[in-house]
Design a protein around this ligand. Sequence first.
Ligand code: HEM
Ligand code: HEM
Ligand code: SF4
Ligand code: SF4
Length: 409
Amino acid sequence: MSDEEFPLLSELKKGPWPSFVKEIEKTAEKKPEMKDLLKQLERSYEDKITYWKHGGIVSVKGYGGGVIGRYSFLAKECPGVAEFHTMRVNQPAGWFYTSDALRTICDIWEKYGSGLTNMHGSTGDIILLGTTTQNLQPCFNELAKNGWDLGGSGSALRTPSACVGPARCEFALIDTLELCYDLTITYQDELHRPMWPYKFKFKIAGCPNDCVAAKARSDFAIVGTWKDEIKINQEEVKKYAEAGVDIKTQVVDNCPTKCIEYDEEKKELKIDNSNCVRCMHCINVLPKALKPGDERGAVILMGGKAPILEGPVMGWVVVPFIKAEKPFDEIKELAEAVWDFWDENGKFRERLAELIERVGMMRFLEAIGVEPDPRMIKEPRANPFYFWREEDLKERTNPWEIWRRAESE
Ligand code: HEM
Ligand code: HEM
Ligand code: SF4
Ligand code: SF4
């Protein structure tokens, strides 16, 4: 492909990092219709607008949630991407694959789709980018034959997702992988059938660092935590100090509740655990000297979601501490109580956060059988995302005018 043909896209090939434009070009050598993807993208960068339609759900037999349909406003100019549906494949917990499994997926996708993948979407699913309506069913059949399932879409449970947890991370306080797998298998019906007012997401983080951003992105965030005291190894504290770590500035001054003290002379740390909010900051900075306690479980936050409909919401602590061990009955009972209430009371397309806002936290807690508790902290700030500045919006024309014009060209 010549850079003169796509001058704006060619900018995205410069620099030492990988370039998705180069990857699409490589794909277009095998599948010429992918040149239309570059054509549409170049046009989008020129006009500063997307030309993808939000296409609703395309159904496949054996998967009630269906597949998210994607169509182009530039179907005439770019027929190769007129239909460009996204298949979302349920990822293995921890994203571990054999090379054989990866080859199988890529072969299936080269046969039925664009060949372009996004490993992994923000949830962690394997995102297979772009196929036609006609190819959806045979593609799903072949994925299923090889042991793969789709992830949820529409008003169903989404693919539960988890951080890599104990498989690779020393901070893991709960077995995120086991819990993620268990919830996925237990709730196959909820994943496969759109049975609720809207989508529902479980995300599991092994510790309060929350690498999966569970508290901002899921209706039901399960975050590993501990109840007892942080373990201090004063010898290791001294070693950090002697190695030049400025413990006062880097650790003590950054503790959100100011519950940690440093004795400069003795080079020793002291923690008032009753005021510690288990944020992990001190442990992250001094991992050899500080370790979480041994009495481990999870905190449950509810109502996190992205901006669609009523705006973004951070999860609200609803259960400060819950047991998180196999068979995870306490967590499942709680989730099912939430679904019962949401299903009875939620309006069409109302996420859990919006329902709680509408009926009030007291009524919600009563319905799910949870006692009020001072540790039920509401979102520390309302908006975890920052999408635009006021002045960016001022000169915008109605996008539908641009899309209608493009479509009739
Ligand atoms: C090629 C372009 C696009 C791709 C690959 C894509 C991909 C996806 C995927 C994989 C999902 C599933 C996420 C989920 O179920 O939570 C999704 C959901 C969604 N997308 Fe897109 N998207 C594209 C363009 C668009 C456009 C242009 C819009 C809006 C104008 C849009 C709006 C949405 C909305 C509202 C959802 C949530 C739907 C629901 O679960 O009810 N997307 N998209
Ligand atoms: C080709 C690129 C992308 C693909 C295929 C993709 C796909 C997806 C998918 C499958 C989900 C579903 C998440 C879920 O079920 O929780 C999702 C969610 C989300 N994506 Fe993307 N994504 C892409 C790029 C981006 C980018 C560039 C951003 C931000 C600038 C973004 C922001 C988000 C957010 C905030 C959510 C969470 C929505 C929610 O929880 O309601 N994505 N995306
Ligand atoms: S959330 Fe905690 S346990 Fe999970 S990967 Fe991040 S630091 Fe490790
Ligand atoms: S975990 Fe957070 S709140 Fe607790 S002592 Fe460390 S920095 Fe302070």
